[in-house]
Write a protein that binds this ligand. Sequence first.
Ligand SMILES: [Zn+2]
Length: 148
Amino acid sequence: MATPPICVTRSCDFAIGHRVIPFGDDPVRAVQCGHLHGHSMRARFSLTHDRQEQRPHVDFDAAHEALMRWLSAEWNGRFLIARGDPWMVPLHDLDAGGVVALPFAPSVENLALHLLLVVAPRLLTGSGVRLVACTLQQARGRKVRAYL
Ligand SMILES: [Zn+2]
């Protein structure tokens, strides 16, 4: 009988600024996050081993550390804004190192999906570990879970 998969979850806290301009069919939330503002966030990364590699022991801690290091270096303490937002260029001119231009609207949903579908596969390829769920929670606010 095959060993069932396990899932290991760790959390880390970070903070971002963002602005989400109205988009799609959700104008209410866009208004809520339509001004320059920030959130304290908690990211929760759920990892499982890659069963195809049949590794008896995989280093979940190293994989979690890689994800947390990326989050700290790339998004923590920065202002996230869509490349197409008309305020991106003026804000970038004011603080080039503090503004991160993204190819999508920086809603919490899109940030969770980006971590799950783009960042984690790039960081974890070959590690024997893969991210199966990413939860982002705003302090005193919504929780969004993107999962495979
Ligand atoms: Zn917001």
